[in-house]
Design a protein around this ligand. Structure first.
Ligand code: GLN
Length: 576
């Protein structure tokens, strides 16, 4: 087949004004140096200059989505409104942009290939031989175009996962190369590279980046901008060296030293006038100055605070070394931070393995030192009795408790067993024969599990929930409700197969538990809580509020929880 025949005719997305622009972000030297945060920060800066931006994550693995991967393997699964289960980078994107992203803003090789194969099976290629080039490549470009159209943005910033030289991401880079070839003025390449400072030399080395650029050149791609990640700022000498060897003007090499908080990154980029450089490279002549005042105020709070609030997270995915912890629960951690910063406090987050509480390695009494306790989402049997004990301890000792999904289910089981007198109550996820299945499988999930239909099949994404007036949840959401014309309905994201068994609702209510949020004509319990007269804050949600928490709009339930925790710091400090 000749090359000409394999060229797509038009790959540029429809623009709102002028041409739609695409910025591809690729990684050089090694992974894990903050390509996702760099992408999110580019999005933030362009938005601050008045442009509308969508951010796209390309994950080169063959899983169709991130939903079937173990959190220890992959970190958190971030669920979009649409219900798509994606990579944790999407969470950072939404948090930096303060915007909901759509299902086209995320793609994996598995997703791309399965669409192509499905189309082939349906004779969608008119009997042609279906190949990586052009068919898979064009599927990639079409998806990017769809994402641009769906978001009605001016600019798409696309992070290509992995590092230059990987086998897996080459087709994505090829798709980007061809988009650039057809519309050179509308497509930019940014390389995020790493400059090591070897301990023995104490000097920053540019060679790995030079080689990474050469590798990218061998794909037919020249970076327009280099983001130089390192422990230190890049000095003039090294900027010039990189400029000569990498063929990039020195002013387009951005210094990106390590910073204390990821939220400082856009501010730091702007010190090198990065948004001007981006706009100039995109050919955008006029744009308002960068509006970052709110963001700066928020980022400042990360460094200062009137005090600290100690939050214990009792969870499960803590088995494989420190650095995985924060990955498995990244949205929970960020949600805590936003609410604490908003209250001008610094959170001190500690991890407690529920298994240790369960087997007595860690006495449950040790939880007393926390100002607030969170039991986050989870699946399966490991450590669940430890979580149930945690809920009991928090309830009996009036320590603020916030249960997220599984954490709600644990709180309800504890209440059923120890207050409502339902001995051995449990969830059927763990004990199908329990005498009191207070948590049971959602009706439509039973068939899915019987068919072994596991991928993307949970109750996923945004669903509404109606709040009960006068409850703690209602009070917390009030400012949000007021903005929505006083409606009592909210919308939150979900990811679960089990629910509070409607048959037990009455008995639990009689025992004092309040269901403050419901859906499906009142049949599906979304929020459970104890009244303020009983407990300062004991509340659980079937949904995942952490997925909707943003730096500039902290989540109301997290804020109510943090407020109660701060109150406890004051009470306990007075006693001391
Ligand atoms: N395992 C529980 C369920 O499927 C909770 C899920 C979660 O915490 N995300 O319902």
């Amino acid at each position: 087949m000749s090359n000409i025949k394999t060229m797509p005719k038009q790959v540029s997305g429809r623009a709102r004004k002028g041409h739609h622009k695409y910025i591809f972000v690729v990684g050089g030297v090694m992974s894990g140096v903050g390509k996702g945060i760099a992408t999110a920060s580019i999005g933030k800066l362009l938005t601050a200059r008045g442009l509308s931006v969508n951010l796209v994550k390309v994950d080169p693995y063959l899983n169709v989505d991130a939903g079937t991967m173990n959190p220890i393997e992959h970190g958190e699964v971030f669920v979009l409104d649409s219900g798509l289960e994606t990579d944790q980078d999407m969470g950072n994107y939404e948090r930096f942009l303060d915007r909901d992203l759509g299902p086209d803003d995320y793609m994996t090789s598995g997703m791309v290939y399965s669409s192509v194969i499905e189309r082939e099976r349906n004779l969608g290629y008119d009997g042609k031989c279906v190949e990586a080039i052009p068919h898979v490549r064009d599927e990639i470009t079409n998806r990017l175009k769809r994402a641009a159209e769906a978001s009605k943005s001016d600019v798409s910033v696309i992070e290509i996962g992995g590092t230059i030289g990987d086998f897996q991401n080459a087709l994505f880079i090829e798709a980007a190369r061809v988009m650039h070839l057809l519309n050179p003025a509308d497509v930019l390449f940014v390389m995020v590279s790493f400059l090591p400072v070897p301990g023995t030399l104490g000097e920053m080395k540019t060679k790995p980046t030079q080689n990474a650029v050469r590798m990218l050149n061998s794909y037919g791609v020249q970076p327009d901008i280099i983001i130089a990640r390192s422990t230190h700022r890049l000095d003039r000498k090294r900027k010039e060296k990189l400029a000569i060897w990498c063929n990039v003007p020195p002013e387009r090499i951005i210094s990106a030293p390590d910073v204390e908080s990821i939220y400082d990154v856009p501010i730091n980029f702007e010190r090198d006038k990065f948004s001007d450089i981006l706009l100039e490279a995109l050919g955008k002549k006029s744009a308002p100055p960068a509006e970052l005042s709110e963001w700066k105020k928020f980022a400042e709070h990360a460094h200062n605070g009137n005090g600290t609030v100690r939050i214990g997270i009792v969870g499960k995915y803590f088995d494989t070394g420190d650095f995985v912890l924060s990955d498995a629960y990244i949205s929970v951690i960020e949600a805590i931070k936003f609410s604490a910063y908003d209250a001008e406090y610094k959170p001190e987050i500690e991890w407690i393995n529920s298994k240790d509480i369960q087997d007595g390695t860690l006495p449950v009494e040790s939880l007393r030192k926390y100002d607030g306790i969170i039991v986050p989402g989870g699946f399966g049997e490991t450590g669940i009795e430890g979580k149930i004990q945690t809920a009991q301890f928090a309830r009996e000792n009036k320590i603020p408790y916030f249960g997220l999904c599984y954490g709600l289910q644990m709180m309800v089981i504890e209440y059923a067993r120890n207050v409502a007198g339902l001995k051995n109550a449990n969830t059927t996820e763990i004990e199908p024969g329990t005498p009191h299945p207070v948590i049971d499988i959602l009706p439509d999930q039973r068939e899915k599990l019987a068919r072994k239909d596991y991928g993307g099949s949970m109750r996923l994404g945004a669903y509404p929930c109606v709040l009960k007036e006068g409850t703690n949840a209602y009070e917390a959401y009030l400012p949000v409700l007021k903005k929505a014309d006083g409606k009592k309905e909210i919308s939150e994201r979900h990811r679960h197969r089990y629910e509070i068994n409607p048959e037990y609702v009455e008995r639990l209510e009689k025992a004092g538990l309040v269901f403050s949020g419901r859906w499906q004509g009142g049949k599906l319990m979304e929020i459970a809580e104890l009244p303020k007269t009983e407990h300062p804050f004991m509340l659980g949600t079937q949904f995942h509020p952490e997925l909707r928490a943003r730096p500039l709009s902290p989540h109301p339930l997290f804020s109510a929880f943090i407020k109660a925790a701060i109150q406890r710091t004051q009470n306990t400090r007075v006693i001391q």
